[in-house]
Design a protein around this ligand. Sequence first.
Ligand code: GLN
Ligand code: ZN
Length: 772
Amino acid sequence: MTTETAAAAAWATVYGYPRQGPDRELKKAIEGYWKGRVSADTLKAVAAGLRRTSWQELAAAGIHEVPTGDFSYYDHVLDTTVMVGAIPARHRAAVETDALDGYFAMARGTQDVAPLEMTKWFDTNYHYLVPELGPDTVFTADPAKQVAELKEALALGLTARPVLVGPVTYLLLAKPAPDVPADFDPLTLLDRLLPVYAEVLADLRAAGAEWVQLDEPALVQDRTPAELNAATRAYRDLGALTERPKLLVASYFDRLGDALPVLAKAPVDGLALDFTESAAANLDALAAVGGLPGKRLIAGVVNGRNIWVNDMARSLATLGTLLGLADRVDVAASCSLLHVPLDSRREGDIEPQILRWLAFAKQKTAEIAALAKGLAQGTDTIAAELATNRADLASRANSPITRDPAVRARAAAVTDADTRRSQSYADRAAAQRAHLGLPLLPTTTIGSFPQTGDLRTARADLRAGRIDTAGYEERIKAEIGEAISFQEEAGLDVLVHGEAERNDMVQYFAEQLTGYLATQHGWVQSYGTRYVRPPILAGDISRPEPMTVPWTTYAQSLTSHPVKGMLTGPVTMLAWSFVRDDQPLGDTARQVALALRDEVNDLETGGTSIIQVDEPALRETLPLRAADRPAYLVWATEAFRLSTSGVRPVTQIHTHMCYAEFGDIVQAIDDLDADVISLEAARSHMQVARELAAHGYPREAGPGVYDIHSPRIPSAEEAAELLRTGLKAIPAERLWVNPDCGLKTRGWSETRSSLENLVTAARTVREELSSS
Ligand code: GLN
Ligand code: ZN
């Protein structure tokens, strides 16, 4: 692109920025406030300081228009609930007494009052608090937070654009309040909600906002004509307001599809679209509707949710195409930078050769600023940035880390037979029954036992050199020994070693697989003050050494009961990491699957006859659009089978998933060809057992009878009652007895009592079965 074809002006902007501060100052201040060690005023001052620093950093990096209102003490959807006055009845008194404490009560609950439910924000690993609405919901505008934060940014002399969750997305993310019929449709409240948004918009205009951004990511999902119609009405009405700022409707995480013509025609002033790889279809769709004449287009060309440097030449080509399609083209990340860590330059442990491939929020901001400059002033003005970028990309493409010939040759040689067990499920099931000799309704657990402070201290001691590897291993072995004795005493049938050695079910494996990187400061918000540090899957994956075999075989050496081996499956290894973007996900999954296959085979060789491969992320990784799901499920189930099909028929493969909505993937679960599956079911009173039965699921299953998300100890009678309910859906020969999930977050005393009750329940129901 030459200077002649450049845009007259192109601004750099972002929709949101990491909230926590460089050293998670916000987390520390909020948790201090909860414990009464930090005053409300101090908390507010810390928050204001973090906001100011972020804005100043953005401006200094060349961002022309900074976002406001994206900051949150807990969650931006909860902030929206406050902004529209949709406080659930049970929290109203607390909110009226003290707005901040009431806010945290909605987020976390109190001794007496349940919090709002939490769920995943689209297909990210961020969780939001689900609005609860009903036919009696009365909305009232509370623009205070939005107005105050806008004024803070304007006072710094910055151009600022408030960012709000849009009204359609807000309603689509809501659920019926607990006392409201389950078929209540929150979208029916749109006409009541729009006047409240109108009021907020007018106040923001009065406070000095030229533009306001309304985020509508829900429109990148498959939407019914009624839902699209709601979007049409919403933006027709908001667009028709006289006292309003310019409206920018933002979409991200995927293509807009049928919603694109709706928004293109709406009387709003600008659209923000995702143009990263997964949403590339937006480009043709935009051309097909004749572009956005008279509107501002914000082009999300820098991926806002991965950690890789941008291909700037490619982005410039996209931006060049877009210049012909809108009045004005600005440059942004594809979504809020909330989903990436702050600054890759702080990763002193990552080799400089690799560090140059990485771009966290700060580095992405610089890329966006450079692209905007190149677009406005010609690419020769960013020649140095482009040259560095080309060299960084070439270094990554040609590195032995991203290209390991042995791994590639092995992955290319995989045949369909490698992904199939040698016998059918029915034949295997009979062989396993004879081989394992388990009682009816066998009892087991999901893998982890309590991760005590003591264990975490031992790991910290090892890292700090206060104990050596041998000392650490003794400590873990002692813990395994205790876990095994407890399980024998409690009378469990299939034991586990307890996962004492695992800091985290993904990180533990990532640390041992070649091709993965760990970060020191790469924190991203999972929910509230909870941050995670996902490992980076950077290169070709191989397993230099067995990862779990010594622990599992040690545990087996202590008991005559079968000890179940525990691994994290390929899909979950990808889903909870920052995954490479330079090859299809399915190729990466296959490499991970091959590494796990070696581990599964080594476990079997070491004498393990039951091996569980956990895939809690199988369901949550489903693509947002239904059209993309079949292809995903093909590679995902194939990777699972590739990791588990190398064993003899008598070796029993288990899998575990957490969440309860399985209706839409029952076929995929069957395609895993696992012998046994365990699932969360206690809170929903075995709903998942009924769903499996309704779909004719033919295999053994353990719907959970102990809710591990609560410290509450289920009584033996309560667990027995759940088993009786389970037996109505799943025959006794195929029903397992287990908790909902791993016990790592629980304490030992409640774990002991709960598992003893679980065993008693199984015995009671076995007797009932044999006497009837
Ligand atoms: N085996 C793991 C554990 O017990 C499974 C956890 C999960 O699926 N979330 O902790
Ligand atoms: Zn689980």
